[in-house]
Design a protein around this ligand. Structure first.
Ligand code: C2E
Ligand code: CA
Ligand code: CA
Length: 270
């Protein structure tokens, strides 16, 4: 996709970049537990543009800070109107993690919106940590002290996952989509997912499977004891005005269709 820097700058300055919300479900009950904020650019002629086409450009332009502020403000304001049990996960890019002011920015945006910080999950990728491990740790600790939760995003795709897992006080492991999509095709991927879920459990972390698209993947995830999931099977990222109807018709009730023994095992494992 070809968009130029001037257009990106204009989009940020004119508030054309908006948050969308993708459901996260608890696999054991298929209950909605929260949303991940995924940013979209509402382009006047090209329609909705995905973040890979503009986030990096906003970093190059030095306006990622402005974009972050806008996204946090809009997403938090919307989330504050949702039922209080629902969490809200936000993505933080490597550049954003270089700003010592990130925790303050998050706290202020949450206060203005009236959103309790305990409902927030901050998603960090390993590349963000690699950039400056010491600063990442300082920021991560501050976020935790404020009451936020931390997730390690795209787990399994980085260089030194295990070390980073121990270095920062994570609460959640997000297993990368590539493993989930290979799971039903390659026994090795299934074993990796199973091992990651086991690792998460033994470290006291919740595991979340990303990119779940089929009931077959879901059944397998339940079998290996994965707790949370996200993906097209449960819903695509939605604009805020679509959320009320989604809440009225929550994600599919899959569990009753699963064999009783598998369901029992999954519930026991959790
Ligand atoms: P991510 O954090 O790993 O987000 C998950 C991506 O997978 C999203 O792509 C989502 O739309 C997509 N996805 C979710 N379920 C499925 C599925 O079942 N199948 C498939 N094929 N894809 C699925 P998206 O929205 O294009 O975002 C891409 C990346 O852009 C995100 O990856 C995240 O790293 C980054 N991003 C998104 N929003 C923000 C933001 O507000 N700030 C920053 N810094 N980065 C963002
Ligand atoms: Ca993410
Ligand atoms: Ca991810």
């Amino acid at each position: 996709m070809l968009v130029n820097l001037a257009e990106v700058r204009h989009a940020v300055e004119s508030d054309a970049i908006v948050p969308c919300f993708q459901p996260v479900v608890d696999l054991r009950s298929v209950r909605l537990v929260g949303f991940e904020v995924l940013t979209r650019w509402r382009h006047p002629t090209l329609g909705l543009i995905l973040p890979k086409n503009f986030i990096q450009l906003t970093e190059e332009l030095g306006i990622i800070g402005i974009l972050t502020r806008q996204i946090l403000r809009k997403a938090f304001r919307s989330a504050a109107m949702l039922p209080g049990r629902l969490t809200l996960a936000v993505n933080v890019s490597p550049i954003q993690l270089r700003f010592r002011s990130l925790p303050t920015q998050i706290r202020e945006a949450a206060e203005v919106a009236g959103l309790p910080l305990e409902r927030l999950i901050i998603e960090i990728t390993e590349s963000a940590i690699l950039d400056n491990e010491e600063l990442a740790l300082t920021i991560a600790r501050e976020l935790k002290e404020m009451g936020c939760h931390l997730a390690l995003d795209d787990f399994g795709t980085g260089y030194a996952s295990l070390r980073h897992l121990l270095a920062l006080p994570f609460d959640q492991l997000k297993v990368d989509r590539s493993f989930i999509q290979q799971m039903t095709l390659r026994p090795e991927s299934r074993k990796i997912v199973s091992a990651v879920v086991g690792l998460g459990k033994s470290l006291g972390l919740t595991t979340l499977a990303e990119g779940v698209e089929t009931a077959e993947q879901e059944a397998m995830l339940l079998q290996v004891g994965c707790i949370l999931a996200q993906g097209w099977l449960y819903g695509r990222p939605l604009a805020m005005d679509q959320i009320p109807s989604m809440l009225a018709a929550p994600p599919r009730a899959i569990l009753p269709q699963l064999p009783a023994l598998m369901r029992k095992r999954a519930l026991e494992a959790g």
